[in-house]
Design a protein around this ligand. Structure first.
Ligand code: ASP
Ligand code: MG
Length: 486
């Protein structure tokens, strides 16, 4: 595969991308590449700035050296103690010994970020977000230093890089900052010169005030993809404690299968639906830049794996890639479930123009994310019921906001329940196959499971059901769509 060819097409302007009706979900937008880039936290102008560089670099790479540039990211459980860090170092050594150029992105040791966050909250419930970042970013600095030391102890050349040293520039949204730019020249020079760059995940710098920033929980995945973009890497390998992305949660369905490949869009749906393998933003970024991102386990013995080369990328793990790369595409690729949802129903609201705006406006102003929305047709033509879901953690706040807005909204009674789950069937094959939703409803009805709400997108059908039926529903759907591994 020629990297230059893939990337010179730059942003994903493939047919249909960003056209109306091809959005990520009913409340996801149908965004163009620039907008996606913006929401993925990058400067939209980066597309044009990076594209020509990629072409040149790709051509050079092909003629000068067959070796690959590899970004390896290790999550918290993979660096949980010195022994695990030594294990990571052996994974890195394998790549270096094969001649690959390596940048490593590390998370904090598992549990460390939680501890740091807890300390901040103990210190003052009303903390300054910039100081929060100063504190919680430290976990990654410890790991980066320890890994560099370990690599040096194995006779390898390595150095640590913090967010400000790279620099990984971000906006000023402390605690959930977005990467705006990574000038990759320095770090690139280091790895071209044969040094291993060990980069702190999760953190960056806000260049105006020169303050440390962090990217939100799970943000090291996004750091890794962004570094892969900056280095024009051949692959972004995300090492974690699972050996890939599964058709559903293997703890619920022992017959769940590891997927060899999954498209960016499917992975986005999975990630946003509570499958916590990758931070959603990292997938958006990978999709925009077409970074081949691979999920694989650090718990496999380091010498039991081959070093990366473009022709063995499919041998192990799950590749998150463009759907065009997936030859044997199933209609349905996976079943996801989200437990942390809550349902709110407003009964007997006026059925007239402006009511929905008066309900959802204040929720949006309060930064409460609303997911599924169902509005019934009012039987008497005057009133209707409105049902929607929010994150369970925000239920109390949502009800509060609605009660405060009551004068504006007009009359309503309110009912809510956190005892529900959202089950989703996901697959890009749905674009060309009818009947996926009908089959889902049939399977659920055969099990006597009642559906409270339904929403669909082009590649997903979601239903809301009672929490007690979650596992039964996931198992039944998994086998109905032929996903069982038997
Ligand atoms: N250490 C950070 C967290 O726990 C970032 C990461 O691990 O991705 O959220
Ligand atoms: Mg993670």
């Amino acid at each position: 595969m020629s990297r230059a060819l893939v990337l010179s097409s730059g942003c994903p302007v493939r047919p249909g991308f960003g056209l109306p009706g091809r959005g990520a979900g009913p409340w996801g937008s149908c965004r163009g590449p620039r907008e996606r880039l913006r929401s993925a936290g990058l400067n939209p102008n980066l597309i044009t700035r990076l594209a020509p560089i990629r072409v040149r670099a790709g051509l050079l790479k092909e003629s000068a050296s067959p070796m690959a540039t590899v970004v390896m990211k290790f999550g918290g459980t993979s660096v949980a103690n010195i022994e695990r860090i030594q294990n990571v170092a052996r994974h890195v050594k394998r790549e270096v010994d094969a001649g690959n150029k390596v940048a490593v992105v590390v998370s904090a040791m598992s549990g460390v970020t939680n501890q740091l966050v807890a300390w901040v909250k103990d210190a003052s419930p009303l903390y300054d977000a910039r100081e929060y970042d100063a504190v919680v970013a430290t976990g990654e600095q410890v790991t980066a230093g320890l890994l560099a030391i370990t690599l040096q102890g194995m006779g390898l050349r390595a150095r640590s890089w913090t967010g400000w040293q790279v620099p990984i520039k971000t906006n000023a949204a402390h605690g959930t900052a977005r990467i705006t730019e990574i000038p990759g020249a320095q770090i690139k020079k280091a790895i071209e010169g044969g040094e291993i760059a060990v980069v702190t995940g999760f953190q960056g710098i806000e260049p105006l005030e020169k303050r440390i920033s962090t990217l939100g929980r799970g943000g090291s995945d996004t750091s890794a993809v962004a570094i892969a973009v900056a280095l024009e890497a051949d692959v972004c390998d995300i090492y974690t404690d699972v050996d890939g992305v599964y058709t559903t949660d293997p703890r619920i369905v022992p017959k769940a299968r590891r997927l060899a490949k999954i498209s960016y869009e499917e992975m986005l749906e999975m990630a946003s639906l509570g499958s916590k393998v990758l931070q959603t933003r990292s997938v958006e970024l990978a999709m925009v830049y077409k970074v081949r991102t691979r999920v694989l386990s650090s718990f496999v013995a380091p010498d039991g794996m081959k070093a990366f080369s473009p022709d063995n990328i499919e041998d192990i793990g799950t590749i998150v890639c463009d759907e065009d790369e997936i030859v044997e595409q199933q209609v349905v690729s996976g079943i996801a479930y989200a437990k942390d949802e809550a349902k709110v129903t407003l009964l007997k609201v006026d059925d007239k123009p402006g009511v929905a705006a008066r309900i959802f406006g204040p929720l949006a102003d309060a930064n409460i994310n609303v997911d599924m929305i169902v509005q019934n047709v009012g039987a008497d033509g005057k009133h209707t019921d409105m049902t929607f879901t929010v994150q369970a953690a925000e239920l109390t706040r949502a009800i509060d906001v609605l009660k405060k807005a009551k004068a504006d909204i007009g009359h309503f009674d309110i009912k809510s329940s956190a005892d529900i789950v959202k089950i989703s069937v996901i697959g890009v094959g749905m674009r060309s196959h009818a009947g996926v939703a009908a089959q889902m409803f049939k399977v659920l009805s055969e099990k006597g499971i009642n559906i409270h709400a339904i929403s669909t997108s082009e590649i997903k059908v979601s239903v809301l059901i009672e929490a007690a039926y979650a596992e039964l529903a996931v198992r039944a759907l998994h086998s109905a769509y032929g996903l069982d591994n038997d």
